[in-house]
Every structure is written in C-alpha cells, then in structure tokens.
Design a protein around this ligand. Structure first.
Ligand SMILES: [Zn+2]
Ligand SMILES: [Zn+2]
Length: 400
C-alpha cells in the first residue's frame, strides 16, 4: 500500500513536471515562458551559438506541409548559410523575416531539383526585395563539365535571361548576378569555404550518379554535418564522428513507397535501400558515429509514415533524435541543444537590412525591353482612371 502511494506520488510529480515544462505563468498579466516555440526575429544569436532551421524536409513531389530540402544555419558571427534550397522552401525562409541581404550564401549538395529548385525564388525574389549584392553559390563538379554546378548556374542564368533582362531595366543588375565556386566532388574532407572563423568541408556522397556531396561546417568548436542524399558511406562515418549535430537522410520504407508513392516493389526496393538510406541503415550510421544529436529527414513525415520510420531507426539507434519536419529549429551551443518549433506569419513581407540597394541604371544605359509597337497598345482610359492617385503620390513624394 505504502509502495503504491509512493508510486502514485512519483507519477503525479512527474506529470506535474510534464505539464509545467513550459514554465509557470506567474500572474494573470504575465507571460507564458518557454513554450517550445521560436518566434522569428525576436532572439539574438550569441557568439559561439548556432541556430539551425529546417526550411524544407520533404521530397521532389510537392506538398504544402513540407517543402523540399533546405537547411539554414545562422551563426553567432553574423554569417548565414543555406545548405540546399529545394523547391518550395523559400516560403518558409521568407516567414523568418530575415533581410535578403543576409541570405547570400548557398551550398548545394547536388543538383536534383528537390535540393536547388527554389534558387529561382531566392535569386529573383531577393533581388526585388532588398538584396544589394550578388548571390554566392558553392557546389560540386561532375564527372563531365555539363554535370557540374558551374554549368548548372551558367545555364540557370541563361534560362532566366528574359527575367534578368527585364529587371535590369529598372533595378541595379548587381544583385541579379551569381558567383559560383565549383569544387571536386571526390575530394575528401577538403576545405571549400574558410572565412570569418567558419570552415566548411566537403565529403563525397553515393547517390544516383557521381557528383553529390555532404558538408561539414565548423564554427566556435561546434561541428554540424549536413548530409545530402546518399547511401550510407565510409566518408560520413569517418568525418561525421563526434558531430554536435549529424543530419542524414532517412528515406521512406519500401513498403510505404509502394503504398503511398505508387512505386512498383522492384523500384521501391532500389530507391529506398540503394539510392537512399533506409531507416535501419540510418540508425546504424548514428549508433556508429554517436553525435550529440541526430536529425533524419527527406521523407513525407506524417501519421502514416512516422511510426514505421521511427521503428526502423530505433531498431539500430537509441540516442538523441529528431525526425525533422519543416519549421523545426535547433539552438546549438557547447552546453546544450534545444529543439523547438517555429511560429511564423503566413503573410510575412521582406524586411529591409541596413544597406541601401544600389542605384538603378541611368536612363538610356540599358536597352528598353518594351518596343514602340507594344507601348502603342496602351489603353489610355486606364491612365485617366488612375491620374488622381498618381498625382497625389507624386506630390507627397516630391516626384516629377
Ligand atoms: Zn537527390
Ligand atoms: Zn533529394
């Protein structure tokens, strides 16, 4: 009886702790502290701290709940790095309300669209919303020049020539430029970036074709490994060992690829266990390298898939783990790793940074992209209809 009373007391105590884990609200006019929530733009990043955000965790096929792969690392030294910028991810990034001028560095693990499809949106959207300088992109070479990142960016700019030429007429061309640094995908633990106390290294990955890599970022004694798509590989095992955060893909099980993705069993077993990393294989990687915290991603994370994947991972790994969804955030220091969810507005606008955009081109210096033929088609009652609004605006802003 006494034992049962003690057990009940203990269970009530534990329950109380669980309920109160967000902190106590001290008064009817007080705040609710520590509710597992991060509100973007409200917290400074300390020197030596990293804020890591999952801006995309999904797949090439679109879904509103999960954009394709995108990680944003915000560092206490002021640097911000994208690791991949997959299709749809910029909507999550925009909701962070970070001035575009601070979002100019992009590292690509490989050139599948689910890892760089929203470079379009960062490039053009950031250009119109306050970025004052060119984008900088780092990515792997391929087996031939046409399979490399430099080729991809060169042809990206060509594909969007109409977009660039029409913007160049009204905006400075400078923020519309992209500089690219291509590096050898076979280089093992080679430095691809070293500035301002941050080192980023590259290791090869095994995925779909030659070229894919993973990245290892070191800052202030912290090591964050950003795994791109890969079958488990010896380089990750060697160089991700002892990481503070080890991100690695963990893919849908073959059963779920058949059930939800409509793949044939033959295709599912190949995609799910050879081109990507299955949940038990992910767990084996993590129990071998023993990171402070493991993050699995790259699957549609929902009621129907989560338990299968968790069970697979837990069959081989029992350590600290997140199965990421979009808008998860981790604050990482030497002392602690805190995971929360982001609460952000669906209707965010771009926020200006301290730098003024460079001046637009002087009239006549850039060819007018609209011909006289097209201009002659302007329907003038529209001008009459807006004349009063235009005149008032000009007067209020001292425009001629
Ligand atoms: Zn891929
Ligand atoms: Zn992928």
């Amino acid at each position: 009886m006494l034992l049962r009373v003690i057990a009940l007391a203990i269970s009530m105590f534990i329950t109380t702790i669980t309920w109160a884990a967000g902190g106590v609200v001290q008064s009817p006019t007080g705040v609710a502290p520590d509710r597992y929530v991060y509100y973007p733009g409200t917290e400074a990043i300390a020197e030596g701290e990293i804020r890591l955000i999952a801006c995309g965790t999904g797949l090439p096929a679109a879904r509103r709940d999960q954009a394709a792969t995108c990680w944003l690392a915000e560092l206490g030294n002021g640097d911000k790095f994208f690791f991949d910028i997959g299709t749809g991810s910029m909507a999550n990034v925009a909701a962070l309300m970070i001035p575009y001028d601070f979002l100019d560095k992009v590292f690509l693990t490989h050139l599948h669209t689910d890892h760089w499809g929203d470079l379009t949106t960062l490039w053009a959207g950031g250009w119109t919303a306050g970025r004052t300088k060119p984008l900088r992109v780092w990515g792997p070479a391929g087996q031939t020049p046409e399979m490399g990142t430099a080729y991809a960016i060169d042809h990206f700019v060509k594909a969007f020539n109409w977009d660039a030429q029409t913007r160049n007429f009204v905006l400075s061309a400078e923020p519309g430029k992209i500089s690219v640094t291509e590096f050898d995908y076979k280089a093992v633990n080679a430095v691809v970036y070293e500035e301002n106390g941050v080192t980023i290294r590259s290791i090869p990955a095994i995925h779909a074709g030659d070229g894919p890599v993973s990245f290892i970022m070191e800052y202030a004694g912290l090591k964050i490994v950003i795994g791109g798509d890969t079958f488990p590989n010896k380089w990750y095992i060697k160089y991700a060992t002892g990481a503070d955060i080890a991100i690695h893909e963990t893919f849908l099980t073959p059963t779920d690829l058949v059930r939800f993705y409509g793949q044939s069993p033959a295709q599912a077993i190949g995609v799910g266990t050879q081109i990507h990393t299955s949940p038990p294989a992910f767990g084996k990687v993590m129990s071998t390298i023993k990171p402070r915290h493991a993050i699995g991603y790259h699957f549609f994370n929902e009621q129907g898939t989560h338990d299968d994947i968790m069970a697979g991972v837990r069959s081989t790994y029992s350590g600290p783990l997140s199965l990421a969804v979009d808008d998860m955030v981790w604050n990482i220091t030497k002392d602690r790793i805190v995971e929360r969810m982001i609460v952000s507005p669906d209707q965010a606008w771009g926020v200006n940074g301290p730098n003024k955009p460079p001046a637009p081109p002087t009239p006549g210096s850039v060819p007018d992209p609209i011909s006289d033929f097209i201009k002659a088609g302007r329907w003038m009652p529209a001008e009459e209809a807006q004349a009063q609004m235009v005149n008032e605006f000009k007067k209020n802003n001292n425009l001629k």
